[in-house]
Design a protein around this ligand. Structure first.
Ligand SMILES: [Zn+2]
Ligand SMILES: [Zn+2]
Length: 370
């Protein structure tokens, strides 16, 4: 962590804390353009995002030298905007990643920076602000700060309402967050209403059986589960599992086919469709939760258990965590041994074989290198 540089903070010079906007008394010694009220706030910012953007802030916060020509000035302005856009992208991505990791406290500084750069570049009423409002809202729901979450969501809501060309995938995410908010408040009917809007909008973009629609079904299932409506909760969990299982099966097949071919010519095929970081994190969150529910069910159902285990094994295989894929694969085999063979048996056998091959080649590399 960067060293602390105490400031005298003389009267008349208003230095503000990066996080809370209170008067600042210390400076980041690495960039010298960022200030904090105390070490706590410096630490929180560093852990969340500052370590990654410290150096990038220097050109943005250093006064532009006097430029003579209009062309030079406009070029320098354009460059500044590009730098800020890059920072928006970086801070948003990081905030999203922290959110999926469940690190709600750490999300806030990164997302707050993203929001202030976005306001700066796009203006206060721009639809570009909505994804950041949603991240901030979700983190605050996670922290139990529901009033704060509601405030961000109402900003998001009004921005979306006023934007005529707002995409449906943003609308879907907005309603998903509203659903989560009302669910946290225990207002289940209102929550279900928003989640069905989420599903509706997501379906118009990718269809009802797409992974981006599955989140809405999953959160709905959680509500029915909490209301003790087990039948409907159960069938929704199965639906969500099937959506992911179908999707991951296709990716695994492409991956395995590609590894059978040799030469870089075919590499493109494997790259064409893959799970991005966010999808992977969402899958892990959803599928692990469903596994826990299946595992803790009073009456174990091996067919449902096999489906969720198969899906999780594929997920770890695709994220190249072969160790974990091996462990889940073992659990999967112990369940499928009790079941009659079906359409999936062959796919499962091929998957397990590939996981073991990957594990073996990793071991060989390890032994060769040590
Ligand atoms: Zn502060
Ligand atoms: Zn710094």
């Amino acid at each position: 962590m960067a060293n602390v540089n105490p400031l005298s903070n003389p009267k008349g010079v208003k230095l503000q804390c990066e996080l809370c906007r209170s008067p600042a008394y210390i400076q980041c010694t690495a960039c010298k353009v960022t200030y904090y009220c105390d070490v706590e706030h410096q630490r929180a910012d560093w852990i969340s995002i500052h370590e990654k953007i410290c150096q990038l802030l220097i050109p943005i916060r250093t006064p532009v030298p006097f430029l003579n020509s209009a062309a030079e000035r406009s070029h320098s302005m354009e460059q500044l905007v590009q730098r800020k856009k890059h920072l928006i992208e970086l801070t948003t991505k990081e905030a999203q990643r922290l959110l999926f990791d469940g690190r709600h406290v750490d999300v806030i500084p990164a997302a707050t920076h993203s929001l202030s750069f976005s306001v700066d570049v796009y203006g206060l009423t721009s639809v570009e602000l909505v994804p950041v409002y949603l991240i901030l809202a979700e983190a605050n729901i996670g922290l139990g700060h529901l009033t704060q979450a509601e405030e961000y969501l109402s900003h998001a809501y009004w921005t979306v309402l006023k934007t005529t060309d707002c995409g449906n995938s943003i609308r879907s995410k907005l309603h998903r967050n509203l659903g989560l908010l009302y669910s946290a408040k225990g207002e289940f009917e209102e929550s279900l209403r928003h989640l069905s809007n989420d599903i509706y909008f997501a379906s118009t973009v990718s269809g009802p059986s797409h992974i981006s629609t599955s989140g809405g079904f999953f959160h709905m299932a959680n509500i029915f589960f909490r209301q003790n409506k087990m039948d409907i909760a159960d069938s929704l969990y199965s639906e969500v599992t099937d959506i992911w299982r179908t999707h991951l099966s296709r990716l695994v097949e492409v991956q395995i086919q590609a590894s059978l071919r040799s030469g870089p010519v075919w590499f493109d095929d494997a790259q064409r469709e893959y799970l991005d970081e966010n999808q992977e994190a969402e899958a892990l969150q959803i599928l692990s939760a469903i596994y826990d529910i299946r595992e803790q069910a009073p009456k174990k159902e091996p067919t449902k258990m096999a489906k969720i285990l198969h899906t999780l094994t594929m997920l770890y295989f695709l994220s190249t965590d072969f160790q974990k894929a091996g462990e889940w694969g073992k659990k999967l085999l112990s369940v499928t041994e009790q079941l009659p063979k079906d359409d999936e048996s062959e796919n499962i056998a091929v998957l397990i074989e590939n996981v073991q091959r990957k594990l073996k080649s990793k071991q060989d590399t390890y032994q060769r290198d040590t």
